[in-house]
Design a protein around this ligand. Structure first.
Ligand SMILES: Nc1nc2c(c(=O)[nH]1)N[C@H]1C(S)=C(S)[C@@H](COP(=O)(O)OP(=O)(O)OC[C@H]3O[C@@H](n4cnc5c(N)ncnc54)[C@H](O)[C@@H]3O)O[C@H]1N2
Ligand code: MOO
Length: 337
């Protein structure tokens, strides 16, 4: 082993038979971005024009010093440090290692952890937002070091931050919580629906949403805009021990909007009526003796992604929603209006 990593530049015309020290990227706007050559590839005669085409007049021949890591090995070690339950780790690709969800579930990624790692410098850890639904195979994070060669000490620092996180929270920094199948009782308010003036469109929308997450609507009732009727139905569903009670419609400001009042009158501890996210600002979330209750405004029937799509996966993952979870939704919560 040499004392310092030796990176020797060799003109491509003289590189015949030499091994590439890293993946080489080709980008053609609009049609291609990826690796043209893989680390370890032995340069052949036919490769020389292709290398020149991507602007490589020289290649690196590398002898790694003790205490230094190649970008691929550094990325693999860092990804392994971050990785927790239900997360798969890919192979290095242009010095980058991706972490993906192996199941549908709730992504758990701590923003302060991500910042602490990135504060080290020469390290890039990019993630999706945590506490959001991720589908099986969906990406969670990708990590790499910035230089081609990095001191091993830097990677050890990442491993120490990850170990401290695990010790403190009893879980890995990046993991996916599985969703429990839950049975919901659904109460659809609205005299125009109850009387048959218009067809119910909320039931099918909520049913589809729950089923896509492995849960179901066990029972649905249509009720008029009448506080007493709504309260009675809620207490009936509570007695039937459904895992969740969902109410639709009548969530805004009209005199016929009786749903929030009824949810309160039934004895629900209201965590929040009103959510700083659009669409879904009139959503109510609370607990009736421990059973999660959602009051769903009209937009949930219409928009594909609302505050309900943020909060439902958390409830299905077994988490309790607190007031701070709601107030934190405003920043980045404007999706449409
Ligand atoms: N002046 C204000 N107007 C509105 C506010 C506000 O704060 N001030 N909030 C807006 C927001 S945000 C939403 S979302 C909507 C919907 O609120 P509601 O939950 O009260 O919805 P409804 O008034 O009950 O119904 C609205 C609309 O949707 C139809 N609907 C309701 N349920 C069903 C169903 N099961 N099947 C088919 N169609 C249904 C209903 O007939 C109305 O057309 O309010 C904004 N306005
Ligand atoms: O509950 Mo409504 O957005 O917020 O459309």
């Amino acid at each position: 082993m040499t004392m310092r990593t030796q990176l020797k530049e060799v003109p491509v015309q003289e590189a015949l038979g030499m091994r590439l020290a890293h993946d080489l990227t080709r980008i053609v706007p609009g049609s291609f971005k990826g690796r043209l050559f893989t680390k370890g590839h032995i340069v052949g005669q036919e490769d020389i024009p292709a290398l020149l085409d991507i602007g490589k007049a020289h290649i690196y021949v590398m002898e790694l010093a003790e205490g230094e890591l190649h970008e691929d090995d550094a990325a693999l070690r860092m990804a392994a440090a971050h990785r927790g339950d239900n997360v798969t780790m890919g192979q290095p690709h242009e010095g980058k290692v991706a972490l993906k969800a192996s199941i549908q579930g709730l992504a758990k990624i701590d923003p302060l952890y991500v910042e602490e790692v990135n504060r080290l410098g020469e390290i890039a850890l990019a993630t999706i937002r945590g506490d959001r639904l991720v589908e099986a195979g969906g990406q969670l994070a990708a990590t790499r070091v910035i230089p081609l060669v990095v001191s091993e000490e830097k990677v050890v620092r990442v491993e120490q931050i990850a170990a401290r996180f695990r010790e403190r929270y009893g879980r890995a920094p990046i993991e996916v919580k599985p969703l429990k199948p839950m049975r919901a009782g659904l109460i659809t308010t609205g005299s125009e629906v109850f009387s048959g003036r218009i067809e119910d469109r909320f039931g099918p929308a909520v049913r589809t949403k729950l089923e896509s997450l492995g849960s179901s609507v066990a029972e649905q009732a249509l009720v008029p805009d009448d506080r007493g009727e709504i309260v009675r139905k809620m207490l009936e569903y509570k007695a039937k021990e459904y895992d969740m009670i969902l109410l639709t419609g009548g969530m805004s400001v009209d005199p016929d909007d009786r749903t929030p009042g009824a949810i309160h009158a039934a004895g629900t501890d209201i965590v929040s009526y009103g959510t700083p996210m659009l669409p879904g600002s009139m959503l109510l979330v609370g607990y009736l003796d421990g059973t999660p209750v959602f009051g769903l405004p009209g937009c949930v029937m219409h928009d594909p992604f609302t505050s309900f799509d943020v909060l439902l996966p958390r409830v299905l993952a077994g988490e309790t929603i607190h007031k701070e979870d709601i107030t934190a939704m405003g920043y980045g919560g404007l999706h449409g209006c």
